[in-house]
Design a protein around this ligand. Structure first.
Ligand code: ATP
Ligand code: MG
Length: 355
């Protein structure tokens, strides 16, 4: 079954639309906050907008999943059913995740409560960006006390952030830095923390600033994993270096209150922009639901920052061991894609002023 021009005949040729990216349909983007809708977006168009996702017609892209993919494969690519709404949505999110970054962006994953999933979220967001983008993405363990980021992927090196800082004067090229990072199959690079640091050597405010200053010369996107709280010296350095924050919360009342208190603290300390552009994550949400009305929590955060995204509880993440993103449930992968896209929506805006 071939068309006149030799291309496979499509059953719904009108579906061959270019995936929109800069002006996503509001009704489909349930996760976008009221704040984001209100804020005017200056059209900052540059030559970087000429990406294949925006300009080329997606007609050559075969269906990625499900019966459409099976039918496409069995017919040798002759029968190509139009993509489902979910597939179009996925393509739209992927295009957003690929939004070009001018220079480098630093995104910090913070919470005032421990154990809510900062490290896991930082790592998976890093994997998602690295897997879809062509530029360099790195995650950094800025936890001054036995951070666990380095345990969540196969280590290629025993080097750590304190050693990177110690040797920084001699590190001039990307190839020099690479000796201090471990790279996952997604292409995400990770600088691990040092579990054996003594209190006197613990990472401080200026150390984080120095690490960011070094890495932003070689990477386009820095994801900073942090310790719980905002008052510690290292976390003050993190907040000073961050262009954007992701506030991680669980789905319970106490963790949501702590997340909201983080935004209060930022607003009370002159970082209103950082609070308003934050993305809030409700992590580890179980499908069976509970007594907490998550919609109301989501409404609260959506009204005060950029977006609020739910990440489901996933058996593969629950082990606290090395993470292989391909072993996550499809819903979990989809949620991380939503989260990365929400973060990437800020990439077209000027970076928040760092303190
Ligand atoms: N979505 C999820 N589904 C299932 N388990 C999860 C999920 N997110 C995190 N976990 C698990 O919860 C535990 C705590 O997560 P994580 O280490 O990311 O929290 P944290 O906020 O970084 O903790 P800390 O404050 O100690 O640094 C880990 O064992 C992790 O694997
Ligand atoms: Mg952690």
């Amino acid at each position: 079954m071939s068309g006149v021009d030799g291309r496979p005949q499509r059953l719904w040729p009108e579906e061959e639309d270019v995936v929109p990216i800069l002006a996503p349909r509001r009704d489909r983007l349930a996760s976008e906050s009221a704040t984001e809708r209100r804020r005017p977006r200056p059209p900052r168009l540059t030559a970087a907008d000429f990406t294949p996702e925006r300009i080329l017609r997606p007609s050559a892209q075969p269906p990625a999943h499900g019966w459409r993919r099976t039918l496409y494969a069995f017919s040798g690519g002759v029968v190509a059913i139009a993509p489902s709404a979910a597939e179009l949505r996925r393509r739209e999110l992927v295009a957003q995740v690929k939004t070009p970054i001018v220079g480098c962006r630093t995104v910090a994953f913070v919470s005032r409560k421990g154990g809510v999933g900062k490290t896991t979220t930082c790592l998976l967001v890093g994997h998602t960006f690295a897997a879809h983008r062509g530029d360099r993405v790195i995650a950094l363990d800025a936890n001054p006390d036995a951070g666990t980021l380095g345990h969540r992927l196969r280590r290629e090196t025993t080097e750590t952030l304190p050693r990177l800082l110690r040797d920084r004067q001699a590190l001039r090229r990307y190839a020099d830095i690479r000796a201090y990072t471990s790279q996952a199959p997604s292409r995400l690079e990770v600088v691990a923390g040092d579990e054996r640091s003594e209190i006197g050597e613990a990472l401080g405010r200026t150390d984080v600033g120095r690490a960011v200053a070094l890495l932003e010369r070689h990477f386009n996107l820095l994801c900073l994993d942090t310790a719980a709280g905002v008052l510690g010296s290292a976390n003050q350095g993190v907040l000073g270096a961050a262009d954007q924050i992701v506030v991680v919360s669980g789905g319970s009342l106490d963790t949501a209150r702590a997340a909201s208190a983080t935004l209060d603290w930022l607003e009370d300390h002159g970082r209103e922009e950082l609070a308003a552009s934050a993305v809030v994550v409700l992590n580890g949400i179980r499908s069976e639901g509970g007594a907490v009305d998550l919609d109301r929590i989501e409404e609260h955060f959506a009204s005060r920052c950029r977006a609020c995204i739910r990440i489901p509880w996933d058996r593969h993440l629950d082990t606290g061991a090395e993470v292989a993103p391909e072993q996550l449930r499809p819903e979990t992968r989809e949620a991380y894609l939503e989260l990365a896209a929400a973060i990437a929506r800020s990439f077209t805006e000027p970076a928040a002023r760092r303190s």
